[in-house]
Design a protein around this ligand. Sequence first.
Ligand code: 5GP
Length: 347
Amino acid sequence: MRIEDEIKLTFDDVLIRPKRSTLVSRSEVDLTRDFKFKYTPKTWSGVPIISANMDTTGTFETAKSLEKFGILTALHKFYNIKDWEENLDFLNPKYLIVTVGSSEEEFEKAKKILNLNNDLDFICLDVANGYREDFLQSVTKFREAFPEKIIMAGNVATREMTEAIILAGADIVKVGIGPGSVCTTRKVAGVGYPQLSSISECADAAHGLGGHVISDGGCKFPGDVAKAFGAGSDFVMLGGMFAGHTESGGDLITDDNGQMFKDFYGMSSELAQQRYYGDLAEHRASEGKKVRLKYKGSIDITVQSILGGVRSACSYVGAKNLKDLPKCTTFIRVTQTTNEIFTTYEN
Ligand code: 5GP
């Protein structure tokens, strides 16, 4: 046994230190960033926030609303080709990410979806555990088959695997093991890595190789999104913050008092597994839970508050744009021990 006893931090453990700034107003802050990537010659310009590839947040309806802000949506992998055919004409492909798993079947499906529109540039190769050796082979296979596409792959949480995934052919590595709002991996498997430290270490590793990272999971407030960018993340993926809206998947539920709700659940929760795979395989434990969120109305309001929050963070530290935010960010640690509090285990 070995223990690494350096304290690792998450969003709640830090605050961004205010600094003297020449910015007069937060409206001067530009949240649109221009990207070049390690492998593909393609470039992308937009607001590097992504709605998560969950069936409640990675929906075509969400994409329709987010594209006007220049925000990306990672469509969930349970849409079939027909769903894509029916919806693609109404959407801007520049802001869509095609999510697939690592199987041969998913590879074939990716080819078909990408053939529908040449301007679909992003592929997200998404598995729960990016540490499997065969995952690296999948990344290489996708890179060879799609040399022009922007490939994101994950999830991992540490430096060495970030490097391995980039060297295998990914432009962007998705970072986050266990921070998700409806994820129970840390309780069920005891596995995880505090997200802020994970971002900063993985970003350092990725940037050294010309790659990028997405911080995936754990943002509960606009300030957390700012902290994720400040820690060095190039993109930030949001599930819970984008769930519970009109555009989100799931039925609107009204209780006896007239209060409205929407359910939000992990993609490896028993509910999601039953829905898409018939049942939870015997050798697997559910690593996600379901929560009932108060209905939040239009997603536009949430987007405005996220963008406003990040702009405000930039103006507090003197960053004129997102790319400058990590350079201008100093975090102050505000807790004695890491704040990833584990509540009672509920099966
Ligand atoms: P959130 O923004 O809600 O905190 O986190 C969203 C992220 O949680 C997703 O993008 C995905 O990486 C992760 N996630 C979604 N469902 C599950 C699940 O059932 N189990 C685990 N371990 N992670 C999940």
